[in-house]
Design a protein around this ligand. Structure first.
Ligand SMILES: Nc1ncnc2c1ncn2[C@@H]1O[C@H](COP(=O)(O)OP(=O)(O)OP(=O)(O)O)[C@@H](O)[C@H]1O
Ligand SMILES: [Mg+2]
Length: 240
């Protein structure tokens, strides 16, 4: 059983003004979608769970470990964190080396099926910095999740994917669910998130500084709009 536990957690960059505080939650195996307005703290929460940022207060545990205390290689084996902006993560001169970078650092064998689902072979010799936005997203996803970690934190994975990319991604999330992973996905598009049949949503209420966690099936357009998130049905919102 995988587990992410927050206890009295405060996150952000400045102790005197956390983005969110007093967070208490426990996530177990399943697919979670993290929603909230621009700048509300979605990426910051994922970075805190990934161990890239220490808590400002309280504690965060991932499978019993404080992630910010783990060596980077150990964290990379436990947690697959995919950056919102893929170009932030690229370090290698070609796509093939980029995809295998974390595997080489950690010694973990990659799942080649996941790589080949996402990235066409003809991209392997290209510089990652010359890729289109969608190609870059596919490479950054492949470079992280091919390690098949028990925890995946995917920041805006739908951004810039075409429909084929969305379908491949959906298959990969079904695979993750069947393997008992915890997957946390951020998105601005709940209608796309519907395709992966999420189990729960986590919704940041920026004005109150709170995090609501509930079953995905309970998420309404009213709640989305009230929290500055794009609703599923746009027309009625714009005309209503
Ligand atoms: N390194 C940093 N130092 C100081 N403030 C930061 C830093 N990184 C982000 N912030 C601020 O923290 C707040 C939350 O940022 P975050 O990236 O977590 O938002 P988000 O919910 O992911 O937004 P988006 O929907 O635009 O991706 C924003 O106001 C942002 O400007
Ligand atoms: Mg973000």
């Amino acid at each position: 059983m995988n587990e992410i536990v927050a206890s009295d957690l405060a996150i952000g960059y400045d102790k005197s003004s956390p983005l969110l505080r007093n967070l208490d939650f426990k996530l177990t195996n399943g697919v979670y979608v993290l929603l909230g307005a621009n700048g509300s703290g979605k990426s910051t929460l994922l970075k805190t769970i990934a161990g890239l940022l220490p808590p400002l207060q309280g504690e965060i545990y991932v499978n019993g470990f404080k992630p910010y205390l783990l060596k980077r290689k150990e964290a990379a084996k436990l947690i697959g964190y995919v950056w919102q902006n893929p170009f932030h993560g690229f370090v290698e001169p070609n796509v093939e080396r980029e995809i295998l970078f974390i595997s080489r650092q950690t010694g973990v064998e990659v799942n080649r099926k996941l790589i080949h689902k996402l990235v066409p072979l003809e991209l392997f010799d290209r510089s990652p910095f010359t890729l289109s936005g969608g190609e870059a997203k596919r490479v950054s996803l492949a470079s992280v999740i091919s390690l098949d970690q028990p925890i995946w934190l995917l920041d805006e994975p739908f951004n810039e994917l075409d429909f084929s990319g969305v379908k491949i991604f959906t298959d990969i999330i079904n695979y993750a669910r069947a393997r008992g992973k915890i997957v946390v996905i951020t998105t601005h598009y709940p209608s796309l998130a519907d395709l992966v049949n999420p189990d729960y949503y986590l919704l940041i209420n920026r004005s109150r500084g709170t995090l609501v966690i509930d079953k995905w099936s309970n998420l309404s357009d009213e709640e989305l709009v009230g929290n500055e998130v794009i609703p599923r049905v746009l027309k009625s919102e714009l005309t209503g």
